[in-house]
Design a protein around this ligand. Structure first.
Ligand code: SF4
Length: 176
């Protein structure tokens, strides 16, 4: 599928901004994994987060195994950006768009890697580490789990990271 075809199809979805890039452009930062370890309660509690996603070298190799990458954002306005429930509800809307784009725009690529925002919350309680991931087809690690800085990619490709008070910007990344 050509880039033009993807661009044509993507207009059917409520995407705020998007960019194509070469996976070899990505800087993989050990510090991002360190922040996960020190500051995120999901570290060590989800198959979608470090250390379950693998070492930095393994994450890097996984991403660099693809020829192309596509990043897109969706935005949602909330009444109170500090209200976690309201914020997480908008993440569900973002994930519905990710699912639709995965199936309808990138459906022809059997082998693709999708990274999104935040830790996977498909199961009420993650099976990690006692059992295998219960829904690997719906489990999308967060971008940071792969030691990637979203702001870095945004700056390189003129994508907006902050879009106003009470506006949440969600990102999805598809390697294909
Ligand atoms: S699908 Fe379930 S088991 Fe797999 S990472 Fe998500 S929450 Fe954990």
């Amino acid at each position: 599928m050509t880039r033009e075809n993807i661009e044509k199809q993507i207009t059917e979805y409520p995407i705020f901004e998007y960019a194509f890039f070469d996976p070899s452009e990505i800087n993989f930062y050990p510090a991002v994994h360190t922040i996960c370890q020190l500051e995120c309660p999901q570290y060590g509690n989800s198959w979608s987060c470090p250390p379950a996603v693998g070492t930095l070298d393994e994450c890097q190799a996984r991403c660099l195994d693809y020829q192309h990458a596509f990043i897109f954002s969706t935005i949602s306005e909330v009444n109170d950006i500090l209200n976690m429930d309201e914020m997480l509800a908008t993440r569900c809307e973002h994930l519905e768009i990710v699912e639709a784009i995965k199936a309808n725009v990138f459906g022809k690529y059997d082998n693709k890697l999708i990274l999104t925002a935040e830790s996977c919350a498909v199961c009420e309680e993650c099976a990690y580490p006692d059992a295998v991931c219960q829904h690997p087809e719906k489990m999308y690690p967060c971008v940071e789990s792969h030691a990637i800085s979203v702001t870095d990619i945004c700056e390189k490709h003129n994508l907006s990271f902050l879009n106003g008070y009470n506006v949440i910007t969600w990102f999805g990344m598809i390697f294909f």
